[in-house]
Design a protein around this ligand. Structure first.
Ligand SMILES: Nc1ncnc2c1ncn2[C@@H]1O[C@H](COP(=O)(O)OP(=O)(O)OP(=O)(O)O)[C@@H](O)[C@H]1O
Length: 273
């Protein structure tokens, strides 16, 4: 469980946030405050606006109305981006460029370096981040040689290497093999234990469930539910390994994941009916 302190300072504050994409209203009045040390999961059906919501927080989506503050500063005036680690919805880390694992992770450290020059502390931080995600032995490899789950571990190391106070992740478990899921859950647990604030988009709580303080469910660009995460039913039907922990299918399921592992059934959150 995260170090929840709802009396702590707001790290993310969204008030009356509306945003349009291609003239279509996608966020239709979102109010959400995430306090220091809290771990909040954004859930909801495909297209409900989860990615757009977190992209609005990091400044990638302009607001039509409303306000967002990061660490108490209006997003438009916020400059201290090294306090924020962001893991986008999974793409390849290199996009065909033959970058090494170390180069990708080091790129996440630039905001902490002096004039872009890597010192001993920066190199140590890169090594530590790679160790955290169990990729230190692949440091010199090209990212093109990695599996999807290993890619994701590298992207998370890149987000963690600047030692952010706020970690924002878009579906970090999507398309990730079970071994990597376990590494990621452990990594996140360590971050949360250190007091990192986390906002993440998930399509199911899965192995991260014990860490989640709050579930915020979006529907059609609005907050439908904001409170404790839902509990598993008494009996969990036998299912695929990916549905371990709380990743159980339920009636009224809603979310079909487009980039799950090959051969896996669609994974449902069961949070909307
Ligand atoms: N660049 C864009 N231009 C126009 N519409 C967009 C754009 N990006 C997203 N949308 C639309 O906005 C809506 C919300 O998209 P968003 O990606 O935020 O949903 P989501 O809840 O994260 O969905 P998913 O679970 O499928 O990732 C969708 O209907 C989507 O088609």
């Amino acid at each position: 469980m995260g170090v929840t302190d709802v009396t702590g300072e707001p790290v993310i504050s969204m008030r009356g946030v509306r945003a349009e994409l291609g003239s279509r209203p996608v966020l239709r009045g979102i109010d959400l405050t995430v306090h220091r040390g809290e771990v909040a999961a954004l859930l909801g059906a495909n297209g409900s606006g989860k990615s757009t919501a977190i992209r609005s927080v990091i400044g990638q989506v302009p607001l039509s109305t409303g306000a967002i503050e990061l660490f108490g500063t209006d997003r438009g005036r916020f400059r201290d981006w090294r306090r924020v680690g962001y893991v986008p919805q999974r793409t390849t880390a290199a996009g065909g460029v033959p970058a090494t694992v170390t180069e990708i992770v080091a790129s996440g450290r630039l905001s902490r370096t002096r004039f872009g020059l890597f010192g001993r502390a920066d190199r140590a931080a890169v090594h530590r981040a790679l160790e955290l995600v169990g990729m230190a032995d692949r440091a010199k490899d090209s990212v093109n040689a990695l599996s999807g789950g290993q890619h994701q571990r590298v992207l998370i190391a890149r987000a963690l290497v600047a030692e952010p106070e706020l970690l924002i992740m878009d579906e970090p478990m999507a398309g990730v093999d079970l071994a990597s899921q376990e590494v990621l859950a452990r990594t996140l647990r360590e971050q949360v234990a250190q007091g990192t604030t986390v906002l993440l988009v998930l399509h199911e709580l899965g192995p991260l469930e014990p860490l989640i303080d709050r579930a915020v469910v979006l529907r059609d660009g609005c907050v439908l539910h904001d409170g404790p995460p839902p509990h598993a039913p008494a009996s969990i039907p036998p299912s695929s390994q990916l549905r371990s922990s709380r990743g159980y299918p339920q009636p009224g399921h809603d979310h079909v994941h487009p980039h799950g592992p090959a051969g896996a059934d669609p994974i449902r959150t069961g949070l909307l009916s």
